[in-house]
Design a protein around this ligand. Structure first.
Ligand SMILES: C[S@@+](CC[C@H](N)C(=O)[O-])C[C@H]1O[C@@H](n2cnc3c(N)ncnc32)[C@H](O)[C@@H]1O
Length: 252
């Protein structure tokens, strides 16, 4: 089994959990390799037609969201970081303070699907420098007051935080690369399975389109016509499963 994560803390946790198999599984425990890199690099770690199953659980983890020091959440004050890999890449603070207003507005619109992107980007540019998640959330909330009941249901900073996080972590590029012909369909064996769990519509669209195109070209047989979603009971137990969509396909 090969596990990938950009976040060394997630790998460390997996290492602790996986080194000691439960007694009843000990005789059947695989050799485990944990790799600190993007899953987009999968083809460099697995030979062509060698993989029985590929499961990608996309996005951020609760462990990341709930650690204020990682800067992912507008609900807890922390430094504006948002990097899944804290050792490399642009931080959210660099994006917020260095991007020009127009670039910022475009990113908030594209990756946050936020209609009020221009207004929010203007407010951010005027409030610079911004160093903390709470300051950024306040600036956004003041600029984008909810206009109706539907908007009142989500925090005004939700979409902008999502956009900055996606940009910082190159999330959509990585999913596109994973699902490209050079990676997923190349490494999977015949009848190997591809299972992807996404958490927002931008990711899900990429997954849906890649599987549909792969099926059209004879690379996959779709196993899910519609995405599998959590049932009420699971959502009650784990509210973050509310937005999860699972799609699966089998390599032909
Ligand atoms: C939804 S969480 C998975 C949580 C884990 N499956 C669990 O149940 O505890 C997503 C994880 O994927 C990692 N991640 C997101 N995009 C990645 C990428 N392109 N390459 C490697 N890891 C990535 C994040 O750092 C995070 O730890």
């Amino acid at each position: 089994m090969i596990g990938f994560d950009k976040d060394p803390a997630a790998l460390q946790r997996a290492r602790e959990r996986l080194t000691k198999p439960p007694a009843e599984l000990a005789s059947d425990w695989p050799k485990i390799e944990l790799v600190h890199t993007s899953f987009a690099e999968l083809a460099q770690h697995a030979a062509a037609a060698s993989v029985d199953g590929l499961l990608a659980d996309l996005g951020v983890s609760s462990m990341q969201l709930e650690n204020a020091a990682r800067g992912f959440s507008f609900q807890a004050d922390g430094p504006l970081d948002m990097r899944m890999n804290p050792h490399s890449g642009l931080t959210a603070e660099q994006v917020v303070n260095r991007f020009d207003e127009r670039e910022l507005a475009d990113a908030i619109y594209e990756f946050g699907e936020e209609r009020r992107s221009r207004r929010i980007a203007r407010a951010i540019a005027r409030a610079r420098p911004i160093y903390t998640t709470a300051h950024l959330a306040d600036v956004i909330s003041a600029a984008a007051r909810p206009m109706n009941q539907a908007e009142r249901r989500i925090h005004p900073a939700t979409r902008t935080f999502q956009a900055i996080r996606i940009l910082v972590n190159r999330e959509l590029e990585d999913v596109r690369e994973l699902l490209s012909r050079d990676v997923a369909s190349r490494v999977l064996k015949a009848c190997g399975r591809l299972v992807i769990i996404s958490f927002h519509s931008l990711e899900d669209r990429i997954v849906k389109d890649a599987l549909r195109d792969g099926a059209r070209d004879g690379l996959y047989r779709l196993l899910t016509k519609k995405p599998v979603v959590a049932e009420e009971e699971e959502i009650e137990r784990n509210p973050r499963s509310r937005s999860a969509k699972l799609r699966a396909a089998e390599r032909t």
